[in-house]
Design a protein around this ligand. Structure first.
Ligand SMILES: Nc1nc2c(ncn2[C@@H]2O[C@H](COP(=O)(O)OP(=O)(O)OP(=O)(O)O)[C@@H](O)[C@H]2O)c(=O)[nH]1
Ligand SMILES: [Mg+2]
Length: 585
């Protein structure tokens, strides 16, 4: 299916044309038929000569209803620009064309209607010149009369050629169905309609409502008035929703593939045409079927920052338009450059930001996005509309390669700085390093560890932790003094006299220079293995007293030492409290 919108001044014959092409009534409301004027969007469809179905979104031409017109054309890729032969180019001909141009619509036809009332030549020439200067460019034109039927067969074949030129939709794109109507059908519940531009919908799909973020389920689908299990883009589609009352949704909301969109109320955009300086401070942003008031902050050049009155599910590269509702003036199109821009707090930040944005052109580019964001979760980039292949550094974190190398070097510096400030505890806690490097996740710090750094029980240090000189010297004295009685633990007083207070002893234990058996009971590190060799020579099993004598030590040392050996599994304690050596430690 293809979807084409109408455009053109009030009373120029848009609805009459759609009626003549489809045999369907686009003006749905009694008030529209009474006043002979379209107020809201109308929908009708037919089959083209090639067999392709085409659906029309018929828009109102009256200047009061331009917002309705914009909601209709927003998601539609092609337009029929309608001009009456007897009236020629008129104000809303110009405003509608400006809107199509702002949205970048590049496929269309010029239809000069009411050709039975006047020579279509002058209106055709006039309109052709206007269209040529826009995104539509040089389009085919057809003169028609709905009264005599002249030109309608030619229009059908021109439509066939037009839709054949439309780009193929991407079936893998996430769904973002901008809602243009919401109503209730008795027995079915809430139904919404819209133009599906990409992806596909299936009965049973779970989707997210853009405005509230709440989940909804597809209960049924209709395509051109017929029930369907699945509807692929491009299509006009009606979606029967489960789990949401009619009052909670309306035009401007959207149905989204869950977790694939970033709802944002702050975007940086590039303006097409008008320089930023001339824009009023408040405008209305039209995108899809949504219209949201925005505050405009010029950044510099052709870039501005928009603060939206409510968040929208926007993607990098989206086209939208800015309109001044007071002056009935389409100010121009915008291309979304960044849906999650950094705050501008410092002086001069706006100009710096404009310089960054100057290099962007809308279509998202992964390497560039990583360079600017430096560190970002893959899922977050996807939600911004940036896709591509990159290998995460850890989890789903993606990093700019140059930034990652810089962080690695910074980590080595920070670890060295920590060691210098904490000589007794030279390994730095990962959390402290995370804060120093201002990283969002501790896993990133751990992922940065590589030679010369090592990760040991939640701390990061270089190689084997060294001991400060005075502590190392004191340990050497202990070694000398206790060589003859390796199992006689030095008393606390003696340690203090050697310069080994509780902090120094702690550092030596962490560095593996002392073995702690209990509070205030330390031995040299090889004592445990030596003890096993001595005990293995005793008749098995042996008592605590026999062990104490063989090791030439006191109960203060023997009890915790044997418990340590039990824990290591080299001795086993028997029910009568005797022990035996069961292996060699
Ligand atoms: N003679 C003649 N009259 C036409 C033709 N097409 C439309 N009209 C008349 O022009 C008037 C306006 O037609 P509509 O189709 O309602 O115009 P519209 O562009 O849909 O108007 P809005 O939706 O209000 O913007 C109606 O009275 C139509 O009967 C035509 O080809 N020939
Ligand atoms: Mg109409």
């Amino acid at each position: 299916m293809h979807v084409v919108a109408t455009a053109g001044h009030v009373d120029h014959g848009k609805s009459t044309l759609v009626r003549a092409l489809t045999g369907m009534e686009p003006d749905r409301w009694a008030e529209e038929r009474r006043r002979g004027m379209t107020i809201d969007l109308g929908f009708a469809w037919t089959t083209l000569p090639g067999g392709d179905p085409v659906a029309f979104v018929d828009v109102p031409g009256h200047e009061r209803f331009v917002p309705n017109m914009l909601a209709g054309v927003g998601p539609v890729p092609a337009a029929l620009v309608v001009v009456a032969a007897d009236e020629g180019w008129m104000p809303q001909s110009a405003e509608h064309l400006a809107a199509l141009h702002a949205l970048g619509v590049s496929h269309g036809l010029l239809v000069v209607t009411r050709a039975d009332l006047a020579d279509p030549g002058p209106a055709t020439a006039q309109a052709h010149a206007r269209l040529a200067a826009t995104s539509l460019g040089a389009v085919e034109s057809v003169a028609v009369s709905a009264v005599t039927g002249v030109g309608l067969p030619e229009l059908r074949t021109a439509l066939h050629r037009l839709v054949a030129r439309l780009p193929a939709p991407d079936p893998d794109r996430p769904v973002r169905l901008w809602i243009d109507r919401a109503f209730t059908i008795r027995g079915s519940g809430t139904v919404v309609t819209g133009t599906l531009g990409g992806g596909e919908l299936r009965v049973g799909d779970q989707l997210t409502l853009a405005t509230t973020g709440e989940p909804v389920r597809v209960r049924g689908l209709h395509r051109l008035g017929t029930p369907a299990q699945r509807v692929a883009a491009v299509a006009r589609v009606a979606v029967n929703l489960r789990g949401v009352p009619r009052e909670r949704l309306g035009r401007g909301d959207a149905l989204l593939t869950p977790d694939r969109f970033h709802r944002t109320d702050l975007v940086d955009v590039r303006l097409a045409g008008d320089p930023a300086g001339d824009l009023p401070a408040t405008l209305t942003l039209h995108v899809g079927s949504a219209a949201v008031p925005v505050r405009v902050r010029p950044l510099g050049g052709d870039t501005v920052r928009l603060r939206l009155a409510r968040p929208l599910p926007l993607l990098t590269g989206d086209r939208a338009l800015l309109r001044d509702p007071g002056r009935h003036h389409v100010c121009g199109g915008v291309t979304v450059l960044d849906v999650a821009p950094p705050p501008l707090s410092r002086r001069g930040a706006a100009a710096a930001r404009a310089a960054v944005l100057a290099d962007l052109d809308g279509p998202p580019d992964l390497a560039g996005e990583l360079r600017r964001r430096r560190l970002v979760r893959a899922a977050e980039l996807t939600r911004m509309g940036v896709t591509g292949d990159a290998t995460p550094v850890v989890g789903d974190w993606l990093a700019d390669p140059a930034h990652w190398r810089w962080l690695g070097a910074r980590l080595v510096e920070e670890v060295a700085a920590w060691a210098a400030a904490h000589p007794l505890e030279p390994d730095a806690p990962t959390e402290a390093l995370r804060q120093r490097l201002d990283l969002p996740d501790r896993a990133l710090v751990e992922a940065l560890v590589g030679p010369p750094l090592t990760l040991r029980s939640g701390r990061i240090g270089t190689g084997v932790p060294g001991l400060p000189e005075p502590v190392a010297r004191a340990i050497d004295r202990v070694r000398g003094e206790y060589a003859a009685h390796p199992f006689r633990a030095p008393e606390a007083d003696r340690l203090t006299a050697l310069g080994l207070g509780p902090r120094e002893v702690g550092a030596a234990v962490r560095a593996g220079a002392l073995l702690r058996l209990a509070e205030n009971v330390v031995l040299l590190p090889d004592a445990a293995d030596d003890a096993v060799r001595v005990l293995a020579r005793l008749p098995q099993p042996f008592t605590l007293s026999a062990a104490r004598q063989a090791l030439d030590t006191t109960r203060r040392v023997a009890v915790p030492l044997l418990e340590l050996l039990d824990r290591r599994g080299v001795t086993r304690r028997l029910p009568d409290d005797a022990r035996m050596v069961v292996g060699s430690g």
